[in-house]
Design a protein around this ligand. Structure first.
Ligand code: ADP
Ligand code: MG
Length: 688
C-alpha cells in the first residue's frame, strides 16, 4: 500500500497545470509518466547569463545586455518582426518569427530593457532570435543568474521541462525524514525535499556535481532504497526452505582421480557452496574468478554432490561451443563415477531430442549441460535441485526464471569470469552471496603482452612464422563490434585470405555469421591441432579452451573494451608453453586508449583491469554504466558514488536486522522511502 503522502508523487504528469494532451506523450516518453519522474529528472548543466555590453558580447553564447529600445522598422505583415536595440557600445536586432502585438506597447521606443538570450551575428548585425527574457531594468531579478538546463528533445525544450519540473515540485508534500539525524549532521545533508529543490535551482556548476551535498543526499536515498529492495529479497530467499544436500564421498573420489589438487580459493568456494546446500535454504551464490581460475571444476564438484544425493543438476552456458566444452571436459570426471550426463542444445532434433528429454524426465540422466534449449517447454526434470549458470549476464531474468520453475526451490549457482568493480558487485549482485576465486592454479605461465602499431604487422607475421615452426598455435582476432556489420565481416575475410597467402598454410576462419555447426567444426579442428591458426572475431571470447594455443594477436585493439581484451587474452596461457599476446593498434592513438592498452600490458589481474577500465571511462558515462549492468539510477553515479553505495548497503542490512528497534516514525519514513523509489523486483534474480 502506497502511503498517502506519496499520492502527489505518483499523480500522472497530465495532472499538472500546463501539461495538456499534446505534450503529455513526449513528456512521458522522455521524462516519465509520474509527477515524481519530473522531480527526479536531473538537469544536465546550467546556463549563466553574464551581463555584457554589445561590443563585448560573445557570439553564440547566452548573455544579458542592458539596452534601449531603438525602433520598430516597418516590414511586410508576414515577415518576421524586428526590433532595433542599442547600448553605448553598439546595436542589435531582436527577431520574432511571429509577431507579438503587445510587444511595442510593452516596450516603447526609448525605454531601457534587460534582454537575455543567445547573441548571434547575422551579416554584420548582432541579432537575437526569440530572446529568453525581455524585462524592465527594475525587474532584473526575473532573469535568473544561473538556470538549469535539461536534456531536451525537438518538441520538449529545456525551458518547458524546467517549467514543468517547478510546477511538479510545488505539488509535492515534504516527506518525513527517514535518515538518521547523525548522518545528516555529519555530511551536512539537507532534507530530501530541500535537496530536490536545490537540484532544480542550482546556484552554480557545483550544485549539479556528484559531490554536492544535495546530490549526495539524493544518491544515498536512491541507493538505500535499492539496497533495501535487494537485501530484503535476499532475506526472503534465505528464509525459503530448500532441500538439504550434504554429500561429498563421490566428489572426494573425483578429486582423488585428478592429477592436481584444488587451489585454496577453490576449496573455500566449494565450502561456501556446500554450506549453502546444507543450510536448508535456497542458495544464490556467484562465483567470480578470472579466466582459468577453475570455476567450472568447483561447480562440477557441487553437481556431483547432488548426484550422490539422487538429485539432478544443470549447467547452462551461453553458447553451444561452450556447453559442449563443459560437457566433454566434465565427462572424463563423471564417467568413471558412473554418473550419467547429457548435453541439450538447439541442435538436438526429432527422435534424438525426444530420447534425451525422456532420460532427463525419468531421472536416468543426473547432470545436464546445455544452452537456452534447456529452458524450453517440454523439457522436464525428475528432481532438479541445482542450476549452475555460466556467464549469467548473458541470460535474461525471464530465462533463468523458467529454468527455476522446472524444479522446486532450485539452488542457484552462477559463475562469472568478468571481474567487476566492487560497486557493481554490490548493486548488480547485491542479492547474491559472493565467492571469489582470487588464486590461479599453479604452473600457469605469465602471458607476455606487447602493444604495437599496425605498421609493425610484417614483423608480427615474421615472428608468427617462426613460432609456428616451433610448434605453436595462434589466434588472430579481428575486431567486430557489431556481429553483423558487413564492413567488419569483409575485413575478417580479407585478413583471413591475406594471412593464408603470407603464411602459406590453411588458416581457420570463424565469425558470428556462420552456422554454429560450421563454427564448431572449425574450432574442433583447431583444438585438435589440424589447423594451426584461427582467424576469428570475438566469438572466441568466452571460455574456449585450447591449451596448445599460446599466441594471440588482436588487431585494432583500441576498439575493444579492456575487460574484453582481457577475456580474449585469457584464451592463451592455458597450457605449459610460454604465451604471448600482441595488441596491434591503429595510429594515431588517443592518450586514453594508450593508457588502457598499457594497463593491459602491465597487469594480468582481471580485477585491477576492471577497476581501472571503469575509472578510465570516467564519471557520468551513463551508457557505459548501463552496459555494465547497473540499474537505472537517477541520482547515483556508480563511479563517483562508490562509497555511498557501500554505505547504503551496510545501512540496509542494519535496517533489516534492527529495524524493529527504530522509533516508529522513522520506520514509517523508511517505508515511504522504499515506495518513493519503488525498485521493482525484476531487477535482481527473481526466483520466487
Ligand atoms: P574457468 O571456468 O574459471 O575459466 P576452468 O574451470 O575452465 O576455469 O579451468 C581452467 C583449466 O584449469 C581447466 O583446464 C581445468 O581443468 C584446470 N584446473 C582447474 N582447477 C585446477 C587446479 N586446481 N589445478 C590445476 N588445474 C586446474
Ligand atoms: Mg569457464
Amino acid at each position: 500500500m502506497r502511503p498517502e503522502i506519496l499520492f502527489p508523487y505518483y499523480s500522472p504528469v497530465t495532472s499538472l497545470k500546463g501539461v495538456g494532451p499534446k505534450i503529455a506523450p513526449s513528456l512521458s516518453a522522455h521524462v516519465g509518466t509520474h509527477v515524481r519522474d519530473l522531480a527526479f529528472f536531473l538537469p544536465s548543466g546550467i546556463i549563466k547569463r553574464p551581463l555584457v555590453t554589445l561590443a563585448t558580447a560573445r557570439i553564440g553564447e547566452v548573455q544579458t545586455v542592458e539596452v534601449t529600445i531603438g525602433g520598430y522598422p516597418s516590414s511586410a505583415p508576414k515577415a518576421p518582426q524586428r526590433i532595433e536595440v542599442f547600448d553605448d557600445t553598439g546595436r542589435m536586432q531582436l527577431v520574432y518569427f511571429h509577431r507579438i502585438r503587445s510587444f511595442e506597447i510593452q516596450h516603447p521606443v526609448g525605454e531601457k530593457r534587460l534582454i537575455s538570450g543567445k547573441i548571434e551575428k547575422f551579416g554584420s548585425y548582432l541579432q537575437m532570435t526569440h530572446p529568453d527574457y525581455v524585462v524592465d531594468v527594475a525587474q532584473a531579478g526575473e532573469i535568473p543568474a544561473c538556470e538549469p538546463v535539461y536534456p531536451a528533445t525537438y518538441d520538449l525544450s529545456s525551458r518547458l521541462i524546467r517549467k514543468f519540473a517547478q510546477t511538479a515540485l510545488a505539488t509535492l508534500l515534504d516527506l518525513p525524514e527517514w535518515q538518521d539525524k547523525a548522518i545528516l549532521d555529519k555530511y551536512i545533508w539537507p532534507s530530501f525535499n530541500a535537496a530536490l529543490k536545490t537540484i532544480h535551482a542550482p546556484q552554480g556548476e557545483f550544485d549539479l556535481s556528484p559531490d554536492a551535498p544535495s546530490r549526495q543526499r539524493l544518491a544515498y536515498d536512491e541507493a538505500l532504497a535499492h539496497q533495501l529492495a535487494l537485501k530484503s529479497r535476499k532475506q526472503h530467499r534465505q528464509s525459503t526452505s530448500a532441500r538439504v544436500v550434504d554429500y561429498r564421498a563421490w566428489s572426494d573420489l573425483a578429486l582423488a582421480s585428478l592429477p592436481f589438487g584444488l587451489t585454496g580459493a577453490q576449496v573455500r568456494a566449494l565450502e561456501d557452496v556446500r554450506g549453502d546446500l546444507r543450510s536448508g535454504h535456497r542458495m544464490n551464490r556467484l562465483i567470480q574468478g578470472d579466466v582459468g581460475a577453475g570455476k567450472t571444476l568447483v561447480a562440477l564438484l557441487a553437481m556431483i554432490d547432488l548426484a550422490e544425493g539422487g538429485y539432478q543438476s544443470v549447467m547452462m552456458a551461453p553458447t553451444e561451443i561452450l556447453a559442449r566444452q563443459h560437457y566433454e571436459k566434465c565427462q572424463s570426471i563423471l564417467q568413471p563415477l558412473g554418473i550419467t550426463a547429457t548435453i541439450m542444445t538447439g541442435r538436438d532434433k526429432g527422435k534424438a531430442r525426444e530420447e534425451k528429454r525422456a532420460a532427463v524426465a525419468n531421472g536416468e540422466v543426473m547432470i545436464i549441460f546445455g544452452t537456452h534449449a534447456v529452458f524450453q517447454d517440454g523439457v522436464d526434470f525428475k528432481s532438479l535441485q541445482l542450476a549452475v549458470i555460466d556467464e549469467q549476464h548473458r541470460f535474461g531474468v525471464g530465462q533463468r526464471q523458467r529454468l527455476f520453475s522446472k524444479g522446486d526451490a532450485v539452488h542457484y549457482l552462477s559463475m562469472s569470469a568478468t571481474p567487476i568493480p566492487r560497486t557493481l558487485a554490490l548493486t548488480q549482485y547485491g542479492e547474491a552471496d559472493l565467492s571469489i576465486l582470487d588464486e590461479k592454479p599453479p604452473g600457469r605461465q605469465p602471458i607476455h603482452t606487447a602493444v604495437l602499431p599496425r605498421q609493425r604487422l610484417p614483423d608480427v607475421i615474421a615472428r608468427l612464422k617462426a613460432a609456428l615452426a616451433s610448434g605453436s598455435q595462434a589466434y588472430w582476432i579481428c575486431p567486430l563490434v557489431e556481429d553483423t556489420a558487413e564492413s567488419d565481416l569483409i575485413a575478417v575475410e580479407r585478413r583471413h585470405r591475406e594471412l593464408q597467402e603470407a603464411m602459406g598454410i590453411e588458416i581457420g576462419l570463424v565469425h558470428g555469421r556462420m552456422a554454429s555447426e560450421d563454427k564448431d567444426a572449425v574450432i574442433g579442428r583447431f583444438a585438435a591441432g589440424e589447423i594451426r591458426i584461427l582467424c576469428a572475431t570475438t566469438v572466441v571470447e568466452v571460455g574456449i579452451d585450447v591449451p596448445t594455443a599460446s599466441i594471440i594477436i588482436i588487431e585494432q585493439a583500441e576498439r575493444f573494451g579492456l575487460a574484453q581484451l582481457h577475456q580474449l587474452r585469457g584464451r592463451v596461457g592455458r597450457g605449459r608453453d610460454k604465451s604471448a599476446c600482441i595488441l596491434l593498434y591503429d595510429t594515431p592513438l588517443s592518450k586514453n586508449a594508450q593508457a588502457r592498452l598499457e594497463l593491459l600490458r602491465d597487469t594480468e589481474d582481471g580485477f585491477k583491469i576492471a577497476e581501472m577500465d571503469w575509472k578510465l571511462r570516467g564519471e557520468g558515462d551513463i551508457l557505459g554504466a548501463k552496459q555494465s549492468g547497473f540499474p537505472d539510477y537517477r541520482f547515483v553515479d556508480p563511479v563517483a558514488h562508490t562509497s555511498l553505495i557501500a554505505m547504503a548497503a551496510r545501512d540496509a542490512v542494519y535496517i533489516l536486522q534492527h529495524g524493529d528497534a527504530l522509533p516508529a516514525p522513522r520506520r514509517k519514513a523508511i517505508e515511504v522511502l522504499k515506495q518513493l523509489f519503488d525498485w521493482r523486483p525484476d531487477l535482481a534474480d527473481k526466483q520466487d
